[in-house]
Every structure is written in structure tokens, then in C-alpha cells.
Design a protein around this ligand. Structure first.
Ligand code: G3I
Length: 375
């Protein structure tokens, strides 16, 4: 798969036998194919698929990132600034600066916003552990959801109301994670959270979001089953739920396979009347033995292609968001496993490189959109 950078290098080499102006015009034409009609959002839009990315607070202060995000995407999600911990420095106090900046940026560029997330076991406020008790945890959760959902009412396409509530290894009933919310409120925290969110913002699509439910491994199959059981519980309880978020943090070079499990997960979610979003897509390339960039990019692009061709077969899949825009800022370089085993090389998991030039995954995503049936 040729990247734009490789293409332009070859084109300029060809300039030896062509008038430079001719190559410049041709290269400029290629440039157009990457932005405008050639952007991810345009190719996705043609198939009824929203193209999105996670945005870090720093990137919103960088003009180059702002231009790229506005050019390429019609859906954004905050990587961190809408989480409970980053939002709430003290009980009942909120710092809206970074979250408002994302929502304002999206409104300015006519983009939709995913809200991530209300209730999670991670990134809780520093004050939570010393403040939350079995007596007040439900009020803390309900007040938090009402405060945040209320502030952005009508501005959020979908909220990840509860994030990552399944952890089969915890051995809890129904494979639920032994999260602080479970321990303080009980399993009903989930239903309370979704009902509160529906009341606070009736327009937002209420999403359940999780990871490691994608591949054909036994662990993923167990987690997939528990996730589907949770979604069925919501539907049978009358708990409002509109969508399943499949995070899609997947890997190249590890022998993971995707197919039967993903197709089943998506079709079962669709059968429950849910939309499906690929919410945090990136392809970890630590498992690719070859250090050569071209080999790593080919391996990563191949995983993007195979995975998207499977997922996008279903018209229930309405959005594809990568977890970040550029390799420069991927969270994957901060993972302990990466620092221990691959500290000598930076990951190449996303559609744009350190210089914000399209990478092999960019073309793989765009081609997968073109191949997908229209929603
Ligand atoms: O903002 C503080 C900064 O003030 C401080 O100096 C610095 C010192 O450590 O920490 C900064 O906060 C970091 C934050 O990212 C913002 O950069 C946190 O330490 C760090 O833990 C946090 O990591 C985020 C991680 O969620 C937290 O679990 C990653 O950026 C983010 O990409 C990642 O995203 C999650 C999704 O929300 C849910 N699905 C999995 C995904 C990957 O873990």
C-alpha cells in the first residue's frame, strides 16, 4: 500500500523526464484526493458511515491538528477531558475548559461529538476514594451524570454512559467487573446510570462501550458473551440503551484473528435494535518482528483492512473512530508492555504520521469505506 509520502517521492523522481510544472500539477491533484473529496469523512459519508477520531486537549491548541481534524472527520470524541477525573478536581466542582473547547470546535466545524464517559472504574477523581461510600455513591454518580449530560444537552451524538463494566476474570456474577461503582452501589448501578442519562439528554444515543470483545480467542469469546448478556438484561429491564461501542484496540503480528466472533457480536447487537460503533480503533504494531517501517505499515494496514471489511459488512455499524489522529500522540507508546518490550521504537497505529501525512492505515480505512455497503 503506497503512502502519500512514498507516492510524492516517486512522482518527483519521475520529474526527471517530465516538466516540473507537470509533476507539480499532478501531485497537487493527488493532494486534492486526500483532502476534500478524498477525505475520510467524504468516503465514509458516501456509505452513511461517520468518520471520527479521539482528540487530546493539546491538539485543539495546534492549528495544524485543527485543520486536519476538520478536513478529515465529522465526528470527534475527547480522549480524556470529558472523564470524571479530568472534569472534577473537587467534589461538586467542575473544570469545563477542555471539554467546552472540544464541543465548541465541533460546533464551529459542524461535527458531531461522542461523549466519553460518565461511569468507569478508571480515571476517577482524586477525591473519589476518600469521599464515596455505600451511602452516597449513587448520589455522586447521578449528580455527575445530570451535571455533565445537562451541560451538553442536545450537543452529544452518543454518550458512553458506562465504560468497560465487564471483566470475566473478576469472577463476579454475570462477568461484571468488580468496579468501585459495583462495590458501592451494586449491579443496579448500570441501570440507574442509563436511566439517568436518558432523562438528562433524551437526544443522545446511549452506548455501552468495551474492549477485548473483537477477536476469536477464548477470552474474547467469554467477554463477548457477557457483554451480549448485559445488553439483553438492559433490554429486558427496560433500561434505555441505543448502541454498542466496540473499542477495537487490536494488534498486528500477534496471530489474532477476527471473523466469526465479530460478525456474531454485531448481528446480535443489531437484533437487539442497537447501532454499533467502532469507538477506539487502533492497531498496536509491537508484535511485528520486522523493524522496517514499510513492513510494519503493511502489517498494520492489512489488519485495518481485514477487520473493517468484516465489521462494515453490517449496516448496523454507523461510525468508525480511531483512538487518536496521529502516531505522534498515540496512547500506545505509554503502555507498560510497550515501554518494557519496545521502548526503542514508537508505534505506527494511526491514519496520520508524526508530520500529519496520511499513512497506510489512512488508505486502508478509506478503501474499506468504499467497499462497504451503503447504510
Ligand atoms: O493530565 C495529567 C497531567 O496533568 C499530569 O502531569 C500527567 C502525569 O502523569 O498525567 C496526565 O493525565 C494523563 C492523561 O492520560 C492525560 O494525558 C494520565 O496520567 C493518563 O493515565 C491518561 O491516560 C489515558 C488513559 O485512557 C487512562 O486510563 C489515555 O490518554 C487515554 O488514551 C486512555 O483511553 C482509554 C479510554 O478512555 C477507554 N478505553 C481504553 C483507552 C486506552 O486506555
Amino acid at each position: 500500500m503506497i503512502t502519500r509520502r512514498d507516492y510524492l517521492k516517486q512522482a518527483s523522481l519521475a520529474a526527471g523526464c517530465l516538466a516540473v510544472s507537470g509533476v507539480r500539477a499532478f501531485a497537487a491533484e493527488q493532494e486534492q484526493q486526500i483532502s476534500g473529496k478524498g477525505s475520510l469523512k467524504e468516503h465514509g459519508h458516501k456509505r452513511g458511515i461517520m468518520a471520527g477520531c479521539a482528540v487530546g486537549a493539546r491538539q485543539l491548541h495546534d492549528e495544524a491538528f485543527q485543520r486536519l481534524i476538520a478536513e478529515q472527520y465529522n465526528l470527534v470524541v475527547s480522549e480524556n477531558s470529558m472523564k470524571f477525573g479530568p472534569l472534577s478536581p473537587k467534589p461538586g466542582e467542575y473544570n469545563w475548559t477542555d471539554a467546552d473547547a472540544l464541543v465548541d470546535f465541533a460546533e464551529k466545524h459542524k461535527m458531531k461529538v461522542r461523549g466519553h464517559n460518565f461511569v468507569w472504574h478508571a480515571q476517577l477523581p482524586m477525591w473519589f476514594k476518600g469521599t464515596a461510600t455505600k451511602d452516597n455513591a449513587k448520589k455522586i454518580m447521578v449528580d455527575h451524570i445530570n451535571t455533565v449530560a445537562g451541560r451538553y444537552k442536545g450537543k452529544i451524538q452518543a454518550w458512553d454512559v458506562v465504560n468497560e463494566a465487564i471483566e470475566v476474570k473478576d469472577g463476579m456474577p454475570d462477568g461484571l467487573r468488580k468496579s468501585p461503582w459495583y462495590e458501592l452501589i451494586g449491579p443496579e448501578y448500570l441501570d440507574i446510570a442509563y436511566r439517568t442519562a436518558r432523562h438528562a439528554d433524551p437526544k443522545a444515543k446511549l452506548t455501552y462501550n468495551d474492549y477485548s470483545i473483537e477477536d476469536d480467542s477464548e477470552d474474547n469469546a467469554k467477554k463477548r458473551a457477557a457483554t451480549l448478556a448485559l445488553l439483553k438484561r438492559f433490554k429486558s429491564n427496560g433500561t434505555p440503551i441505543d448502541a454498542l461501542g466496540i473499542q477495537s484496540h487490536i494488534h498486528a503480528g500477534t496471530g489474532e484473528t477476527y471473523g466469526k466472533g465479530m460478525r456474531e457480536l454485531i448481528s446480535r447487537a443489531q437484533a437487539l435494535g442497537l447501532e454499533v460503533y467502532l469507538t477506539e480503533f487502533d492497531v498496536n504494531d509491537d508484535g511485528v518482528a520486522d523493524d522496517d517501517f514499510a513492513a510494519r505499515d503493511r502489517a498494520v494496514a492489512a489488519v485495518y483492512t481485514d477487520y473493517l471489511n468484516i465489521a462494515l459488512e453490517s449496516k448496523a455499524v454507523k461510525a468508525v473512530l480511531t483512538w487518536g489522529v496521529s502516531d505522534k500522540d498515540t496512547w500506545l507508546n505509554g503502555m507498560r508492555e510497550h515501554r518494557e518490550k519496545r521502548a526503542n521504537r514508537r508505534q505506527r497505529p494511526l491514519p496520520f504520521d508524526n508530520d500529519l501525512k496520511p499513512t497506510a492505515p489512512f488508505f486502508a480505512i478509506r478503501d474499506a469505506f468504499d467497499k462497504a455497503p451503503h447504510r
